[in-house]
Design a protein around this ligand. Structure first.
Ligand code: ZN
Length: 327
């Protein structure tokens, strides 16, 4: 907050340097007074305007910029010459008051800040209920940007499946895929019917039942042939409803949860691709090939994702998984 109130002189020498540098680059000694006035309005003013909207700039800095502009107007260079034809205060009056319409920088800075202050007051109103909340005051916590932002956007509760999406072992493409599944936005047959894109809801892989998320990934005869070996390998029992497989591993250690979540996500991704291949090419891959791919990728991800294994027991469990793939 201190930066909003006042910028120190030492904080902004670059501002004066930039104005000086810009004038030196303009090299406008041979321009007319009118030409220099236009340049001051269009170029030099904009240099300080950006900062003047955010900070109350030190008067000495603003006076320096005023002096540079004054010297440029009368002499076409940044050096501070003493001889001027009309005072700077007169030049900085509006044209109808006898001036040339330039602005006195300090007053302009204050006027800009008042504009920002009105916006800050609007933000204060927005945050007031939180800042004056008794629970917040009693907590004794200092305000942080992260805390304020989460208060503004965190109106809904955490989703049940969040910890499994935040998974370093899982590939990003599997992560995004499982996020779509969690939101029930995968274009399965039941959804395509609701969108009036197709009329058939028959599962492509088994051709026996209606295709929806639960059927495709956990009830379909093809998927069961893939899921059972995975359950044996990971020593888990996946339930038959999509959302429930996360709950089934809730009690396990973090690394086990992450390994299981990554394996299930990869298998679901491969089942989805098998379904699409069947739909487009009428070819169904062997379930054993899908399981082989899941195991090999998981072994590679566990080794190179630098995930913290934790306890010795978890380490043994991960080692046994990896060895079973190698064997
Ligand atoms: Zn099926």
């Amino acid at each position: 907050m201190k930066y909003i109130e006042q910028w120190q002189v030492l904080d902004c020498p670059c501002l004066v340097d930039k104005v000086t540098e810009r004038i030196a680059r303009l090299g406008a000694k041979h321009l007319s007074y009118a030409g220099r006035l236009t340049l001051i309005k269009s170029v030099l003013s904009t240099l300080h305007n950006y900062w003047a909207r955010i900070f109350i700039l030190p008067k000495t800095v603003l006076n320096s910029i005023d002096a540079i502009c004054r010297a440029f107007l009368w002499h076409g260079q940044e050096q501070k010459e003493s001889s001027v034809l009309v005072s700077w205060n007169q030049i900085c009056k509006p044209r109808r008051k006898g001036g040339l319409g330039l602005k006195l920088l300090h007053q302009w800075n204050v006027a800009l800040m008042v504009g920002q202050w009105r916006r800050l007051c609007a933000v204060k109103t927005q945050l007031k209920t939180w800042l004056y909340d008794e629970a917040w005051r009693d907590s004794g916590s200092d305000y942080t940007v992260k805390l304020g932002y989460s208060w503004l956007v965190d109106a809904c509760p955490d989703v049940l499946w969040y910890p499994w999406i935040q998974n370093r072992i899982m590939l990003p493409k599997h992560n995004f895929f499982i996020w779509l599944v969690a939101h029930k936005r995968l274009l399965t047959q039941d959804r395509l019917i609701r969108l009036h894109i197709t009329q058939s809801n028959r599962c492509y892989l088994c051709a026996a039942d209606e295709e929806d998320l639960n059927h495709l990934f956990f009830s379909c005869s093809f998927s069961r042939q893939c899921v059972r070996p995975l359950e044996d390998w990971l020593s888990i029992c996946l339930l038959t409803r999509v959302i429930d497989w996360w709950i089934a591993i809730r009690e396990r250690s973090l690394v086990k949860k992450q390994v299981v979540a990554a394996a299930v996500a990869h298998l679901m991704y491969l089942i989805w691709h098998a379904r699409n291949r069947c739909r487009l090419e009428s070819v169904i891959p062997l379930p054993v090939m899908l399981i082989k791919q899941v195991k090999e990728l998981l072994q590679w991800r566990v080794r190179y994702s630098r995930v913290k294994i934790g306890s010795r027991r978890s380490q043994d469990w991960v080692n046994s998984l990896c060895q079973s793939v190698t064997n």
